[in-house]
Design a binder for this molecule. Structure first.
Ligand code: GLU
Length: 506
C-alpha cells in the first residue's frame, strides 16, 4: 500500500508571511489535494528569541484569505497534534537521548565566548570555523572529555548543547523531486546543534522528529532549506526512520532577476510582498487584489503547466499541478504581471460579486444621496459598463464617478475643439428629442438620435462628442446611449443644459 500523502507548511512565527512563504503553502496544498492527501499547518516556534506576537495569527489569516485552508493545525484538531512545536517541547528530549545513546550525537560544553573566539580567529585568517571531526576532539565536549568528566559537568549544571556527530570524510547522497540527485561532502558540514542549553530543540531536531511523528510523506519547502537536507537525511538514518520525499522550491527573484526578492524590493518598487498588510507594508489584499489572482500568479512562480495557459482557478491548479514541472532555477517576480492577473480576474468577475465593495466605495466617495435612487441592478449595470478599463475594483469608483455626480468641469481642450458654431443648435435639438422620449432604453435612444443625425445630414462628429462631454465631462467612457439609459432623462437634460451654459462663455 502506498503511504497516504501528508504534507505540511511549517513556518516560524517570526514576522509576516512573505509571498514566498505563501507560495510554499500553496504548492503543499496543491500537491496534497491533487493526491487526496492532507495539508497540515505546523508552527515552528522553538526559537523563543525570534518569536513575534501576532505572526501566527497572520499566517492563519493569510491562508484563509488565499482560500487554502489546512486540514490539521493549531486551530483544527487532528490525530497528530499539538501543531505548535512549543506545545510539543517535552517530547523532544527522549529523541535526543536516543541519538546520544546511539553515538550519533554528543554533549558540547563550549561557552559562547570560546566559540566566538574560534570564529573570529578563523575569520582573521580568512577561514571559516567548522565544528566537526577535524577539530572536535580539541574542543569541550563529551567526545574529548572522559565519561566521568562529562557526567560531572552535567551533574553540576554546566550549560551544554547537544550536537550531531557528522561522520568524517563521507559523501551523503540523497534525492530531491525537483533537483534530482543531491550530494553533500560531510567535511564541509558543521556538527549542528540539535538541542539548546535552554532545553529546547533546534529547528533541525524538532522538524525531523515532527515530520516523522506526523507521518509526513513529502517535505515541500523553499530552496533556502536545501543545505539542511544533509543533516536531515543523516538524522533520519541515525533514527532508523524512513525519510519523507523532499522537494525544494526555487527562490523567488527580484524583478531584475538578480538576487532574492526582499521586503525592500517591494518598498522600492511600490508593490506588495506580503499577502496581508504587515506593519507598514501594504498587503495584496489591502492593495485590492483578488485572492484568486494572487494564487494564480504565485502558482506560476516556479511551476508551469507545459502549455501556454496562464489563467487557472484553484481547482484547475489542483488538477494540473505536478511537482515534476517545478523548475530548479529561480523564478523572477514581475509586479506588472501581478496586475495583469488581477485585471483578468476583475474582467471575469460578475458585477454581483463586485457589488458590495463597489457600493461601499461609492458611498464613501459620493455619499448616500448618490446611491439612494439606484437599485442594485442599476449599480451592476454601471459596473459592467466601466469595468473593462479597470485593473482593481477600487478603480471602478473613479471610472464610474459621472454616474453619481454631475460633471463639475469639462475637458477644456476637448470642449474648445468640439464646440462649433452649430453646436448650440444641435444640443437644443437633442434636448427636445430627449425630452420627448417615453422609451429611455439605450437601443431606442441610439435609434432616435441616429435618425436625427441622418435626417439633418449631420456628421456623427458634430453630435456625439458634445453629447458625451455633457454627460461625462470628458471624451471617455462607454457607449453614450448606455450612459444615458442609466442616467435617466432628467439628468441627461440637465447635464446638456449645464454644458451649454459653460460653453456660452467660451
Ligand atoms: N520553520 C522553517 C521555516 O520557517 C521550516 C522549513 C521546513 O519546511 O522544513 O520555513
Amino acid at each position: 500500500m502506498t503511504k497516504k500523502v501528508r504534507v505540511r507548511f511549517a513556518p516560524s512565527p517570526t514576522g509576516g508571511l512573505h509571498i514566498g512563504g505563501l507560495r510554499t503553502a500553496l504548492f503543499n496544498y496543491l500537491f496534497a489535494k491533487k493526491h487526496g492527501g492532507d495539508f497540515i499547518l505546523r508552527i515552528e516556534d522553538t526559537d523563543q528569541t525570534r518569536f513575534v506576537t501576532g505572526a501566527e495569527e497572520y499566517i492563519e489569516e493569510a491562508l484563509i484569505w488565499a482560500g487554502i485552508p489546512y486540514d490539521e493545525g493549531p486551530n483544527k484538531a487532528g490525530d497528530f497534534g499539538p501543531y505548535r512545536q512549543s506545545e510539543r517541547k517535552d517530547s523532544y528530549a527522549t529523541y535526543i537521548t536516543t541519538l546520544i545513546e546511539k553515538g550519533a550525537a554528543y554533549y558540547a560544553f563550549d561557552t559562547p565566548e570560546s566559540l566566538n573566539f574560534h570564529r573570529t580567529d578563523h575569520e582573521s585568517k580568512g577561514k571559516t570555523f567548522i565544528y566537526n571531526a577535524h577539530n572536535r576532539l580539541k574542543l569541550d565536549n563529551s567526545l574529548s572529555l572522559s565519561k566521568e568528566e562529562t557526567a560531572s559537568k552535567i551533574a553540576t549544571g554546566t550549560p551544554y548543547v547537544v550536537r550531531f556527530k557528522t561522520p568524517e570524510n563521507t559523501t551523503i547522497t540523497t534525492s530531491d523531486m525537483i533537483r534530482g540527485s543531491v550530494s553533500f561532502k560531510t567535511d564541509t558540514l558543521d556538527d549542528k546543534v540539535l538541542f539548546k542549553s535552554d532545553g529546547m530543540p533546534t529547528y533541525h531536531l524538532a522538524n525531523v522528529v515532527d515530520d516523522h511523528l506526523m507521518q509526513i510523506s513529502h517535505v515541500i519547502r523553499g530552496e533556502e532549506w536545501l543545505p539542511s537536507l544533509a543533516l536531515h537525511t543523516q538524522l533520519y538514518q541515525a533514527f532508523g526512520w524512513e525519510a519523507p520525499k523532499f522537494a525544494h522550491l526555487p527562490l523567488i527573484m527580484k524583478p531584475t532577476g538578480k538576487g532574492k526578492l526582499s521586503k525592500r524590493d517591494g518598498e522600492k518598487g511600490g508593490f506588495p510582498v506580503f499577502p496581508l498588510t504587515w506593519l507598514s507594508s501594504t498587503g495584496y489584499k489591502e492593495a485590492g487584489y483578488f485572492p484568486e489572482a494572487v494564487i494564480n500568479f504565485l502558482a506560476l512562480l516556479g511551476w508551469n503547466p507545459g502549455t501556454e495557459q496562464e489563467l487557472f482557478g484553484l481547482d484547475e491548479l489542483v488538477a494540473t499541478f505536478e511537482l515534476e514541472r517545478v523548475q530548479k532555477s529561480g523564478a523572477r517576480f514581475d509586479p506588472e504581471k501581478t496586475k495583469w492577473f488581477n485585471q483578468q480576474y476583475l474582467q471575469m468577475s460578475t458585477a454581483a460579486k463586485i457589488l458590495p465593495e463597489f457600493k461601499k466605495g461609492v458611498l464613501a466617495a459620493f455619499g448616500a444621496t448618490a446611491i439612494e435612487n439606484k437599485s442594485d441592478r442599476v449599480l451592476e449595470t454601471i459596473i459592467d459598463l466601466v469595468k473593462e478599463r479597470a485593473t482593481f475594483t477600487h478603480e471602478l469608483i473613479e471610472l464610474a464617478a459621472y454616474f453619481f455626480v454631475d460633471p463639475t468641469s469639462y475637458d477644456q481642450k476637448a470642449l474648445k475643439k468640439q464646440w462649433k458654431e452649430n453646436t448650440p443648435e444641435i444640443v437644443a435639438a437633442l434636448t427636445e428629442i430627449i425630452k420627448s422620449q417615453t422609451d429611455f432604453s439605450s437601443a431606442n435612444l441610439e435609434l432616435t438620435i441616429k435618425n436625427y443625425i441622418s435626417e439633418k445630414s449631420l456628421s456623427f462628429g458634430a453630435v456625439m462628442p458634445p453629447l458625451r462631454l455633457a454627460l461625462v465631462g470628458a471624451l471617455s467612457g462607454p457607449h453614450v446611449f448606455d450612459i444615458m439609459e442609466v442616467l435617466g432623462k432628467d439628468r441627461c437634460i440637465e447635464r446638456i443644459l449645464a454644458l451649454g451654459n459653460t460653453a456660452k462663455d467660451l
